[in-house]
Ligand binder design. Structure first.
Ligand code: SF4
Ligand code: MG
Length: 325
């Protein structure tokens, strides 16, 4: 059986104006990323803001134009598919965002919001939709007496439950969760994570879970992919990545070493690191070389390929080459 989502050599680039003269440059948002999500599997994509995580997820749903690579949903290449064909497949993959208002219309009642995908994509009648909405509320741990309320009447955690109810309304095979708990306090974060785990156990739904915070994904991910400036620099079974990270960037993230954030730097002075990694059409060398404590000359000259890592997965770092040879 094919993976529910399979991304191969994905490239997304945006033309941006940089510097004072507004020269147009190519910003490589996603750089030859490959990743698959199996059935019933949770894959976490971790990296700082601006690393391309959200763009990669949006590319799966064809919300950004690809510069290269392919996306397969349930084994079918959707990259150059007609819109009408894509609509049928689109049902299989839904999305949950950091801000629940991205999917909940503040002017619609809970019942209307959750029923909307059912109206668009199913033949259920009014009565059946009502029952299904009540069932979905139950699934996400909310009472059916909330049906006629509006999103603002709920807490942040409850709103995220509503967004999840809407996302699973059509029994998707995968849900792409983009920082779903980042705006919530710790205990609410845990509740939402447990809810997602329950949904997976109950319905076998696959999850692509995007977070800037490794700690958040620790208890939900089966596999982890670490992204840095558009590139996936390490993937592997969660247990291995957490206990024996292979890539210096993953190590830094895990050690909670305050790695300077390229976006924060940009807010202050000229972003030397980010500028280097993003500008131009060919970028030689390791994307992490500018910040890596172990960088060698080779790292700045040649982009490291993926090397297998003991315990599973791969890492794109020249330090891993020796172990192979
Ligand atoms: Fe650091 Fe070199 Fe490995 Fe890149 S390839 S992470 S610069 S050691
Ligand atoms: Mg993002």
């Amino acid at each position: 059986e094919p993976s529910i989502v399979e991304i191969s050599d994905l490239e997304v680039a945006f033309k941006v104006r940089t510097g004072r003269r507004g020269k147009r440059e190519l910003l490589r948002a996603v750089n030859r990323a490959s990743l698959s999500v199996g059935r019933g599997e949770t894959v976490a994509v971790v990296g700082e803001s601006g690393s391309g995580k959200s763009t990669m997820a949006r590319a799966v749903l064809r919300q950004v134009a690809l510069r290269g690579g392919t996306v397969r949903i349930d084994g079918v290449d959707v990259t150059s598919m007609r819109s009408r064909e894509f609509r049928a497949l689109r049902r299989k993959v839904q999305m949950v965002f950091q801000d629940p208002y991205s999917s909940l219309d503040p002017a619609m009642t809970v019942a209307e919001s959750i029923a909307e995908p059912l109206v668009v994509h199913t033949n259920l009648n009014r009565r059946e939709r009502h029952d299904r909405v009540a069932e979905l509320l139950d699934v996400v741990g909310l009472s059916a007496r909330h049906l006629d309320r509006y999103p603002y009447e709920f807490s942040g955690g409850q709103r995220q439950r509503l967004a999840i109810a809407r996302a699973v309304a059509l029994n998707p095979e995968a849900v792409l969760c983009d920082e779903p708990v980042s705006a919530l306090d710790m205990s609410t974060q845990n509740q939402i994570i447990n809810l997602l785990k329950d949904l997976q156990a109950q319905f076998g739904v696959s999850l692509l879970f995007i977070s800037h915070d490794l700690a958040v994904v620790r208890h939900i991910a089966h596999r982890v992919a670490v992204m840095y400036l558009g590139s996936i620099v390490e993937t592997g079974p969660a247990e291995r990545v957490f206990s024996r990270p292979a890539h210096p960037y993953t190590k830094a993230l895990l050690a909670a070493v305050p790695v300077p954030d390229p976006e924060v730097q940009q807010a202050g002075r000229r972003p030397s690191i980010r500028g280097d990694a993003f500008s131009g059409t060919t970028t030689a060398g390791c994307p992490f070389a500018g910040r890596c404590p172990e960088a060698m000359d080779l790292c700045r000259e040649q982009t490291p390929p993926d090397f297998p890592v003991d315990g599973g997965g791969v890492g794109a770092c020249w330090l891993l080459a020796e172990k192979v040879a």
